[in-house]
Design a protein around this ligand. Structure first.
Ligand code: F6R
Length: 614
């Protein structure tokens, strides 16, 4: 939540900041702002709304300057208006700050500062930091970096900040704790700071991911210097970015979400590339190798995640329990962290997160570690906080996901969990050689099958047109299609604002059936498999109440097609792999419905991609 970007060097900062903010807009889009240093004066421009609103507004002003900071906001404290927008400045306007995170003890700090004569302009928690820095600078006679360090020692909460001061015109000071911050080292003695690497990639591939409680100064004269909150010097660990610039652009698609849906044949293949060979009969996940024995002897695996990633965990539970016969439990990270869960050394906790930055998931990881469990992470973002907080893990290799609603990251997570289930089953001998071969060979065919589903885009669009004015929708599935139903419902509600619920098909008669009438679209995953006949009965129950059935069926199906008002066929596959296929038409359907309703599919209201607050 909230994206921050900053530049110092010999180039004009403003275009770099604006482009960077556009790349980071998925992290929040309530308001945007920049502060630029020019002739020892801080010029501040901020505006409620999108980065484009800021750009339009700033056109009338001087935006030149070679050092600047920028912010795109997801509001936590204070309304999304111009005043609460970042950057925030000291009373004399000399110091400006951008912040991603939450200062939990801002109230008490604010009171103290007010008693010392400080006046607050905004309702944000952030403003306390800038006044605190100003106060320390004036009282202690220390330099900017030291003032930032001392200020942060009084702060409880999460932060990634960048501070600019007209008294220090050749440097920026930044720091992080529980919110991400990347330092890009440019080729012309310049530096780029950002919440993630997306604003940096086109300028440099050399980056340093700051660790928690580290404070970095980037200076034209002295380069990059890192200390920690205890004032100990740290050597920067420079890494090479693997990200490609094309992956951050729409590539001819109208929206990132559509592009990302259509990328799934490739992203799923990238996810299993080098990890699977059905001919030679092996599956491996290099990052988990050292933990395989622990995994197969674990008392249980506890999966923690939020939102769509939680749905992927639920698919994982079906797969690992069924194929590898290991006990799995799935927990919302936000519940797990606060309910004093019973976790011991023989449990393995697996954290799933696309962004690798979700605050609740990070807190769940810390709790599990405190309780002595080994924690594995599955994430899409290399160098993210989760990848560093866990003992080991696997990347999903889906490539950057810009659309706020998760699509290709979900199928990549399910692919990694499928590989994990297969690997564990192989070691434990719970699958016969031929079953293992069949499943691995079928997994290799999944990208082509996804491609075939994408060819139904036009037909799915027609169905979307029929239902795009619905006010409610129900999604039903059984077995591993139940989490697919949950995911289908989440996709629809988050981008089209239609109320939608996912249910296990058999549970419908215990309540939701009361909602069904001739207006209610019911999306049912009714593919061939063990519970096919049962799902057919559930469809009959809906039909008897005049509900509209839109089914996802296996190619060649007859029975469900006849019962359905509309159907979408998906290629036949092994039952264990159905989630990888059945999810796709539901994503496409939600996408078209949202577009037809005039919604901003890439940036749905109130949402942000990276939920770094609890
Ligand atoms: C929905 C969606 C969210 C995320 C959730 C967790 O489309 O994307 O529900 O899945 O915020 O995010 P990560 O996976 O980054 O931990």
């Amino acid at each position: 939540m909230c994206g921050i970007v900053a530049y110092i060097g010999n180039k004009e900062a403003y275009p770099i900041l604006i482009k960077g903010l556009q790349r980071l807009e998925y992290r929040g889009y309530d308001s945007a702002g920049v502060a630029l240093l020019k002739d020892n004066h801080v010029n501040l421009y901020k505006k409620q709304g999108k980065v484009s609103d800021l750009e339009n507004y700033a056109k009338q002003f001087d935006t030149s300057g070679k050092i600047g900071i920028g912010h795109t906001r997801w509001a936590t404290h204070g309304l999304p208006n111009d005043i609460n927008s970042h950057p925030h400045t000291s009373m004399d306007g000399k110091i400006a700050i951008i912040h991603n995170g939450i200062i939990e003890n801002y109230d008490s700090i604010k009171e103290q500062l007010i008693s010392r004569g400080y006046e607050f302009k905004s309702q944000t928690d952030t403003e306390v930091i800038v006044h605190l820095i100003d106060d320390i600078l004036k009282k202690e006679g220390v330099d900017l970096a030291e003032a930032v360090r001392l200020a942060l020692m009084s702060v409880i909460g999460a932060y990634a900040i960048v501070v600019l001061s007209s008294d220090y015109p050749d440097q920026l000071v930044c720091a992080r704790k529980s919110s991400p911050l990347v330092v890009g080292i440019g080729q012309e003695n310049d530096f780029y700071l950002a919440s993630d690497a997306t604003p940096i990639i086109e300028y440099t591939k050399q980056v340093v991911y700051l660790n928690d409680e580290e404070i970095a100064t980037v200076s034209l004269k002295e380069g990059l210097k890192i200390i920690n909150i205890k004032n100990q010097e740290k050597s920067p660990y420079v890494q090479e970015l693997e990200m490609q610039i094309e992956s951050l652009e729409k590539g001819g698609f109208e929206h990132f979400m559509l592009k990302e849906i259509f990328e799934q044949p490739r992203s799923i293949r990238d996810c299993f590339r080098g990890r699977l060979n059905s001919e030679e009969g092996w599956v491996q996940l290099g990052g988990l190798k050292d933990y395989e024995q622990r995994l197969i002897h674990a008392n249980r695996l506890v999966m923690v995640a939020c939102g769509t990633s939680w749905h992927a965990c639920q698919v994982g539970e079906y797969l690992i329990e069924d194929l590898a016969r290991i006990n799995v439990e799935v927990e919302y990270a936000s519940e797990f962290r606060y309910r004093n869960p019973i976790i011991n050394e023989n449990d393995i906790v697996i954290a799933l997160t696309q962004s690798g930055e979700t605050a609740d998931t990070l807190a769940a990881i810390e709790l599990a570690k405190q309780k002595g469990a080994k924690v594995l992470g599955i994430t899409n973002v290399v160098g993210s906080s989760v990848s560093r907080a866990t003992h080991a893990g696997s990347y999903t290799h889906a490539g950057p996901e810009i659309g706020v609603a998760s699509t290709k990251a979900f199928t990549a997570q399910v692919t990694v969990l499928t590989l994990m289930a297969l690997r564990l089953a192989h070691i434990r001998g719970t699958l016969s050689r031929s079953e293992f071969h069949q499943l691995t060979a079928e997994l290799e065919r999944i990208p082509d099958k996804v491609q075939r589903i994408l060819e139904s885009n036009d037909k799915i669009k027609e169905i979307a047109h029929i239902y795009h004015q619905a006010t409610n929708a129900l999604y039903l599935g059984r077995g591993s299609s139940f989490p697919v139903a949950l995911e289908g419902a989440l996709k629809l509600k988050e981008i089209s604002y239609i109320h939608a619920e996912g249910y296990p098909a058999a549970e419908m008669k215990h309540g939701p059936i009361a909602l069904i009438d001739e207006e209610m679209p019911v999306f049912v995953i009714a593919t061939k498999g063990t519970s096919y006949e049962k799902v057919v009965s559930n469809i009959q129950e809906v039909k008897a109440r005049k509900g509209k059935i839109i089914s996802i069926v296996t190619e060649g199906d007859v029975q469900v097609k006849e019962l359905s008002d509309h159907y979408i066929e998906i290629p036949e596959t092994d039952e264990h792999l159905v989630p990888l296929l059945a999810t796709i038409p539901l994503q496409i359907l939600s996408y078209h419905i949202a577009v037809m309703r005039g919604c901003n599919v890439d940036q749905p209201r109130n949402l942000a991609k990276s939920v770094t607050v609890e």
